[in-house]
Design a protein around this ligand. Structure first.
Ligand code: TYM
Length: 326
């Protein structure tokens, strides 16, 4: 059975891009593979954070994952900081990646540009991500388009390590969905929808209520030529709405345009489809949020399962590197 691994950061609020680009694939893959999913709390430390908010966001994200259909009985769901093997392996990943490779990461460039404090961790972030993936002998990594470069680097690190020290790591592949891999901001359709623009009108949060969702779609930026047609280069706003509608109703973006002639109707149809998609997820989330102890119990079991796999890989890595057994 193939091994699948993926992660999500507990920063900001989870949005529609996360769901359509990644989480929906996670749910499907948990029945087709041995799936391991992780709330990457340590990655959230790469930027300034508030401790109480991080604690709450980590728990609430785990609950949102379960509410989206991730079933801790059918996969392994855990919090990164509960499995110390990740940080130990990350050091070795840092020593295997080159400075030049890390410097070329576009996510680092985007997040560091103009920031008044840039942590060392923000720079070495992809090495920790590589350790997340490689510790689980991962074959496939379901992610949105924005993570492609980090998965490529993980492959390069694994290949380099294996050729220097002997076969140790499985070289993983990114799995990017054909629809929904890059959901754009509703106000700035040239930028991807993102958690950091919290509260912004261009981001649909998974916990937004129906009236907020209607409002945000109603105000979505389109263009002035009036034709409902999928053309991401010439018509980024309209095409983004078609991508969202298509992904929400399981059709391609071109097919989603069938029978829709006016922008107002497109916005209305997309809002309704998203509300329908989120309704059951929100109901389940509110049930889970009422019992945080149960989520804590599930996460502890998940960490135990994860650790069994991660520690075996780490031992193999240590031995091949020439570190004395402990
Ligand atoms: P994060 O937390 O930013 O995003 C989680 C997942 O959501 C996808 N995504 C999107 N997909 C489509 N459209 C968008 N606008 C959009 N925004 C986000 C992301 O591609 C991702 O799949 N570095 C990772 C977390 C991570 C990880 C890992 C992922 C840490 N270790 C190991 C895979 C494997 C991140 O910041 O994702």
């Amino acid at each position: 059975m193939a091994r699948v691994f993926s992660g999500i950061k507990p920063t900001g609020s989870v949005h529609l891009g996360n769901l359509l680009g990644a989480l929906r694939n996670w749910v499907v893959m948990q029945d087709e593979a041995d799936a391991v999913y992780c709330v990457v709390d340590l990655h959230a430390l790469t930027v300034r954070h508030d401790p109480a908010e991080l604690r709450a966001a980590t728990l609430s994200l785990a609950q949102l994952l379960i509410a989206s259909g991730i079933d801790p009985e059918r996969c392994t769901l855990f919090v990164q900081g509960h499995v110390p093997e990740h940080t130990e392996c990350a050091w070795v990943m840092e020593c295997t990646a080159s400075f030049g490779e890390l410097r070329r990461m576009t996510q680092f460039k985007d997040k560091s540009e103009g920031a008044d404090f840039v942590s060392g961790g923000l720079f070495t972030y992809p090495a920790l991500q590589a350790s997340d993936i490689l510790l689980y002998d991962t074959d496939q990594v379901p992610v949105g388009e924005d993570q492609r470069q980090h998965i490529e680097l993980t492959r390069d690190i694994a290949t380099r390590f294996n050729s220097r020290y002997g076969d140790t790591f499985v070289v993983p592949e990114a799995v990017i969905p054909p629809a929904g891999a890059r959901i754009m901001d509703l106000q700035h359709p040239e930028n991807k929808m993102s958690k950091s623009d919290d509260g912004a009108q261009g981001t649909i949060l998974l916990l937004d209520d129906p009236s907020a969702i209607h409002k945000k779609f109603k105000r979505a930026v389109t263009d002035s030529d009036g034709e409902v047609r999928f053309d991401p280069t010439l018509k980024p706003g309209v095409s983004n709405l078609l991508s969202i509608l298509g992904a929400a109703i399981d059709r391609g973006p071109e097919a989603a345009a069938d029978g829709i002639e006016r922008y107002g109707d497109l916005k209305e149809a997309t809002a309704e489809a998203v509300i329908d998609l989120l309704r059951p997820l929100q109901a389940r989330y509110h049930e889970l949020a009422a019992d945080p102890a149960e989520t804590g119990r599930l996460l502890a079991l998940g960490a135990e399962k994860a650790r069994t796999v991660a520690s075996a890989t780490l031992d193999r890595m240590r031995s091949n590197l020439g570190l004395l057994p402990r």
